[in-house]
Design a protein around this ligand. Structure first.
Ligand SMILES: C/C(=C\COP(=O)(O)O)CCC[C@H](C)CCC[C@H](C)CCCC(C)C
Ligand SMILES: Nc1ccn([C@@H]2O[C@H](COP(=O)(O)OP(=O)(O)O)[C@@H](O)[C@H]2O)c(=O)n1
Length: 309
């Protein structure tokens, strides 16, 4: 069974689970009947052929091991595939930079934008098991180790240094890039795909902050009054693109059934989070706190305050 078909079967199983879970808390939401919605006096007839005392111990063991084993294989396969994607992404931008097809600063920013968003977009191919988020977090963890080893010059991966640093100094890997992958690990393990908080935080760090740099460097002649290193063009583009990417990723996960949102209120809530993250990013605090920490953390605090999870 391919990864995609596993993801689809995952999704169907998950949708059934989330709809039944949802109508337990929102009886108004249409959904399949379940014992929770009916008074205890109503009993559901045992399924035809069901054993009077439930499935046998042996068949239960076969079921658990079977589903557990399938989930392990799916998560291991998904981890390997996403790891390969990570290496391919860095290799691609290294090749483009080596051939002088793109500038090193643009290469770094495109890796910044694409890495986290593509990583997050891959979350649905992992299983519905408890361990899935830990398998997924192995990908940024491996890249974290890669950054540390190369940042300390214990090894030399020229491609990584060229596509991820500004001036080609390996020690740069121990700052922005390292904080970036640590935030990916945090969001994958703490929030995963069940919470809008992690999704919005990564969308603002990867999409918003990344695009602010690209637009700001090119069109940022009008500097901010309180921070002459940043510009109106950069900040406005961070707010607009961060908002749009956040909404896009929230729609992606909610359409797969991982959570349900009331879009009439979600739009202004996400706009508020984007505004706060944009203001935080514009502050002259780079020497104190890297944007790859301040932007996602401010987004997490605002999103937790608004969504409560
Ligand atoms: C260049 C990066 C951060 C620097 O940010 P800033 O200082 O310019 O603000 C990003 C570093 C990315 C890292 C080397 C690779 C991360 C890969 C990711 C965990 C998985 C991507 C998988 C996907 C399928 C491509
Ligand atoms: N709000 C912003 C953010 C960045 N920028 C431009 O992008 C450059 C890099 O921004 P940055 O120092 O936040 O870069 P990173 O720390 O995100 O790599 C700045 O020096 C500005 O030229 C901007 O004009 N306005």
């Amino acid at each position: 069974m391919s990864l995609v078909s596993l993801a689809i079967s995952n999704h169907r199983h998950h949708r059934r689970a989330s709809i039944s879970a949802l109508h337990r808390h929102h009886p108004a939401v249409p959904g399949p009947p379940s014992p929770d919605r009916f008074p205890s006096s109503v009993h559901f007839p045992a399924a035809a052929g069901a054993q009077p005392h439930g499935p046998s111990r042996r068949s239960l063991r076969r079921c658990i091991l079977g589903s557990g084993g399938r989930a392990f294989v799916q998560d291991a396969g998904a981890t390997a595939a996403v790891l390969a994607g990570a290496y391919s992404l860095v290799f691609t931008f290294d090749t483009l930079t080596q051939r002088n097809l793109i500038q090193q600063s643009l290469s770094r920013k495109l890796v910044h934008i694409l890495s986290g968003l593509l990583f997050m977009a891959c979350w649905p191919i992992f299983s519905n098991s408890i361990e899935a988020r830990y398998f997924a977090s192995l990908v940024p963890l491996v890249n974290c180790l890669r950054l540390v080893i190369n940042g300390l010059s214990l090894a030399t991966d020229e491609g990584l240094v060229k596509s991820v640093t500004r001036e080609g100094n390996p020690q740069e890997l121990l700052r922005g890039p390292l904080y970036y992958v640590l935030i990916l690990i945090l969001c994958a393990i703490v929030y995963w795909r069940e919470s809008p908080t992690g999704v919005i935080s990564l969308a603002m760090m990867c999409g918003g902050d990344g695009i602010a740099d690209i637009i700001g460097r090119r069109f940022g002649s009008q500097k901010l009054p309180y921070n002459h290193r940043k510009s109106w063009a950069g900040s406005i583009s961070m707010f607009v693109c961060g908002f749009m990417i956040s909404i896009g990723m929230l729609h992606y996960f909610s359409s797969l059934g991982y959570f349900r949102l009331d879009w009439t209120t979600t739009l202004w809530q996400v706009a508020l989070i984007s505004l706060v993250a944009t203001v935080v990013e514009s502050l002259p605090t780079k020497e104190v706190l890297d944007d790859n920490i301040s932007v996602p953390l401010s987004s997490m605090l605002m999103a937790f305050w608004i969504f409560g999870w």
